[in-house]
Design a protein around this ligand. Structure first.
Ligand code: C5P
Length: 237
């Protein structure tokens, strides 16, 4: 049963439950970008992202990748395992877009021969600076073994997602993963949705993700609905 709010982030609110090992993650319609400087709301965004995330977590579990996902408790609320979050944002990149094209002389659209795994320290206060294994170990965030395991998992998830989304008509330039520990095991946490991935339409190259909001490229609710129609067609039946 849902109990008091544990914490509210930019797009999700986390609630305690009767069971200390389980939390409820509620996907909200609020949106932020550029470290919270740009804010908005989009109708049904929480619903579409929750359903997309659910489907991707279930698919990853089937492929043998452990995640924090347990089950949906409503259209926008997911029961998840309480994890000890590892403060690293892991970004697998297949095609150059976004910050990598601003920080390095790499042109947008450059296809990487090998996936590029970027790790950032998850800290709004510090502006999510780049992280590496030595810094992570020095800060006590993770061990060398854990970082190696996270990298392996990120590469595997990237392959699985790239193929899965390719079949649904998307290119996957990049996406963000978060990991946590539960009973000493590393699991995928947070969400995998239109807010945390770049989805480009395979045919037109059009953005079908949060870049719509970041760069005022169109109607976000309609676009997320289009993504949901391809990934979770069953919710429209
Ligand atoms: O900002 P950048 O271009 O580096 O983002 C790379 C990918 O990671 C994008 O898909 C973006 O949506 C995601 N991301 C995220 N949360 C952040 C930073 C990036 O979901 N805090």
């Amino acid at each position: 049963m849902k109990k008091e709010e544990l914490y509210s982030g930019k797009a999700k609110t986390i609630y305690k439950t009767d069971n200390p090992a389980e939390l409820i993650s509620e996907f909200r319609d609020s949106l932020t970008a550029f470290d919270g400087k740009k804010k908005s709301e989009a109708k049904n965004k929480g619903y579409f992202n929750a359903q997309i995330s659910k489907k991707i977590f279930e698919m990853l579990e089937e492929e043998g990748i452990p995640t924090h996902y347990i089950k949906m408790v409503s259209d926008t609320e997911m029961l998840v395992k309480a994890v000890e979050i590892i403060l690293i944002e892991v970004i697998p990149r297949n095609i150059a877009a976004g910050s990598i094209t601003r920080k390095y002389p790499i042109e947008e659209g450059t296809v990487f021969e090998n996936p590029v795994i970027v790790m950032d320290y998850k800290s709004d206060e510090h502006g999510d600076p780049m992280m590496n294994e030595d810094i992570a170990v020095a800060m006590g965030i993770a061990t060398y073994e854990e970082i190696a395991q996270i990298r392996e998992m990120a590469l595997k998830i990237n392959e699985i997602l790239k193929n899965y989304l390719g079949e649904k008509g998307f290119l996957l330039p990049d996406f963000k993963l978060e990991f946590g520990r539960v009973d000493g095991k590393i699991v995928v946490a947070d969400e995998i949705s239109c807010d945390t991935c770049r989805f480009w339409d395979k045919t037109t190259g059009a953005s079908m993700d949060k870049d719509i909001f970041r760069f005022d490229k169109g109607d976000l609710s309609k676009t997320y609905e289009e993504v949901a129609k391809r990934i979770v067609p069953e919710i429209f039946e």
